[in-house]
Design a protein around this ligand. Structure first.
Ligand SMILES: [Zn+2]
Ligand SMILES: [Zn+2]
Length: 233
């Protein structure tokens, strides 16, 4: 079952990773979960009163397989348009191998957890500050570090909703950057990832949605700012 975050916004949990959908006239999906999850995602669509034909847009945060796993099969099934930063698009299109994760653990797990995927054509290459014509306007925030082409998405409706992807995680002890033993295994550049987390913390948003961990509601940016203060100590 998908969890409702806000009216029309759902978190679709797939084992350890989340995708999100915004249900309006058209459906926008943020990330596509692990491979072979079309049915899980279509179930969430029907929970929001929609059908696969309503899925028009898939905005990808970064190239990792737990976020792009079902992208090819979803595009095939629905013809949805895809959005991704050009740097990570190279990996999704199969034109570039993903760089090795920064840590040894990450490199070992990577071999097992990140199989090579079917290449996907990215329809729209997105840049920092772009306002995508989806869900009434979705702003792209370039948040590199976890991967070199990571983007987060900001939806100004409902007091502001941040879809952080893996630029922030909420696994233990509140939101934080994807660095350290938990959450940092696949991060390519930890210093840059911290900088991107600070960039997110400077925004105003009531709700935060994460690739990993539960969503936050109610002045969610305050928890990000506390984490930034903790990082500085
Ligand atoms: Zn990731
Ligand atoms: Zn992830």
């Amino acid at each position: 079952m998908a969890k409702q975050v806000l009216p029309g916004v759902y978190q679709i949990g797939m084992l350890y990773v989340n995708a999100f959908l915004i249900a309006q006239d058209e459906i926008t999906l943020i990330d596509s979960g692990t491979p072979k999850r079309n049915e899980t995602i279509f179930k969430a669509l029907s929970q929001s009163g929609k059908t696969p034909a309503d899925l028009k847009h898939i905005a990808i945060t970064h190239h990792h397989v737990d976020h792009t796993g079902s992208l090819a099969s979803l595009v095939e099934a629905t013809g949805a348009r895809t959005y991704i930063h050009p740097v990570d698009a190279l990996v999704v299109r199969g034109e570039k191998s993903p760089p090795n994760p920064a840590t040894l653990l990450g490199r070992i797990v990577d071999r097992v957890a990140h199989p090579k995927l079917e290449p996907v054509i990215a329809d729209e290459e997105v840049q920092d500050g772009d306002e995508l014509p989806v869900a009434g306007g979705l702003t792209v925030i370039f948040t590199p570090g976890h991967t070199a082409g990571h983007v987060s998405y900001f939806w100004p409706q409902n007091g502001g909703v941040l879809f952080a992807g893996d630029a922030a995680g909420n696994i233990v002890g509140g939101p934080g950057p994807p660095v350290g033993a938990i959450g940092g295994s696949f991060t390519e550049d930890p210093e840059q990832a911290k900088e991107s987390f600070r960039k997110l913390a400077a925004l105003e948003f009531d709700t935060a949605c994460f690739g990993h961990g539960g969503f936050l509601t109610g002045q969610a940016h305050a928890a990000f700012r506390r984490a930034v203060e903790k990082m500085a100590r």
